[in-house]
Design a protein around this ligand. Structure first.
Ligand code: TXA
Ligand code: MG
Length: 330
């Protein structure tokens, strides 16, 4: 393990951007803010750097990484974009959308980063700090969420620090992120398929396409051991405390993750209460989700009771992450 590294933390600045580009070029690991969650970046063309990245996160190497690039032109060097992919890229990049596309024959992204798949996941982030780091580095940067594998994704530099200090070289602190859930992943196969609901609502994508996105079939139905979205294991986002969904009351010893203005019976006895959005704003709820899950997880409650969250807009991604969190890690 690379535990024992000194992890430098720099507030976002031109000097921090230069330091980040330097560390990446030397094969090091840099956590940086994107608009969705903090990413842990490595040079996408450097297998040794990518091996260190998997090790630092404790992530299984069969789970491929997203290559982050500065613009569509840079993306076209590593993947083949069909008409639909170009339409989606032009509509939503930079932004919280990842496209899974066939690799080009001379794709510079290391096989280790794509877990040997014929496809590569690409995203052009919108966050100013991420964009500056990509520009200063000048090549594709693979970046999973900057958390230990199996933990919830980090939405602040402090979250990154608590998971990865001593395991990575640098954290660039750009403050709390805006969106709060990871990018939406669309597989650009014969028909575009929603591989992961995320920070770009499905409805916006379907409006541009003019038709619904396909749902991934169950892996068993495809008759293959190779999952379409290998990272979407049920246990991916689990806090240590058990999660109880669709709570209509709070039981003794539980913490409460609330949504909206209504009070829940028993809430006055809760071990802790956090409200994702007291005014019922789904975007505010997404931005608060992972931070509040981390905070309530630290309260050693018997369970975290979660009020129902509406499914519209970013609600689909919120409910997806909550459902995975509720499955537990084992
Ligand atoms: O918002 C985000 O997407 C953040 C920021 C840092 O960009 N990144 C992120 O990365 O969430 P990660 O590694 O935590 O999740 C990436 C997901 C995984 O579920 C992985 O299996 C899937 O993307 N993925 C990557 N390459 C793929 C491919 N070629 N085919 C299918 N799924 C892929
Ligand atoms: Mg992740």
């Amino acid at each position: 393990m690379n535990v024992g590294l000194t992890t430098q933390i720099l507030p976002a600045s031109e000097a921090a951007v230069r330091a980040a580009a330097r560390v990446l070029a030397q094969g090091g690991l840099v956590a940086f803010p994107t608009e969705t969650v903090y990413g842990l970046g490595a040079d996408a063309t450097n297998p040794a750097a990518i091996a260190r990245l998997y090790q630092a996160k404790g992530r299984p190497a069969f789970n491929p990484l997203i290559a982050h690039v500065g613009d569509l032109g840079a993306g076209m060097k590593i993947a083949r974009f069909d008409e639909t992919a170009i339409r989606l890229a032009e509509a939503f990049w930079p932004g919280p959308l990842t496209l899974v596309l066939p690799r080009t024959t001379d794709c510079a992204v290391a096989d280790l980063a794509t877990a040997g798949l014929e496809t590569v996941a690409i995203r052009v982030p919108a966050h100013a700090v991420a964009r500056k780091i990509l520009r200063a580095f000048g090549g594709p940067v693979v970046a999973p969420s900057a958390n230990l594998s199996g933990h919830v994704s980090p939405t602040s530099a402090a979250h990154v620090q608590s998971d990865l200090a001593g395991r990575i070289d640098l954290i660039v602190d750009g403050g709390p992120v805006e969106v709060g859930v990871e990018s939406t992943i669309v597989g650009c196969f014969d028909q575009p398929m929603l591989l992961r609901p995320g920070g770009l609502p499905r409805g916006e994508i379907e409006r541009v396409l003019g038709h619904p996105l396909l749902q991934p079939p169950e892996d068993a139905e495809r008759g293959t051991a190779q999952p379409l979205a290998p990272g979407m294991l049920a246990s991916h986002y689990a806090p240590r405390t058990p999660i109880r969904l669709d709570a209509d009351r709070v039981e003794a010893g539980e913490a409460l993750l609330a949504f909206g203005p209504d009070a829940l019976p028993g809430a006055e006895l809760a071990a802790a209460v956090m409200n994702l959005s007291a005014r019922g704003d789904i975007n505010e709820a997404a931005a608060n989700l992972f931070g509040y899950l981390r905070a309530l997880d630290a309260r050693a409650a018997r369970a975290i009771a979660v009020m129902p969250v509406p499914h519209h807009g970013l609600g689909e991604a919120i409910n997806d992450r909550l459902r995975r969190a509720a499955v537990g890690r084992e």
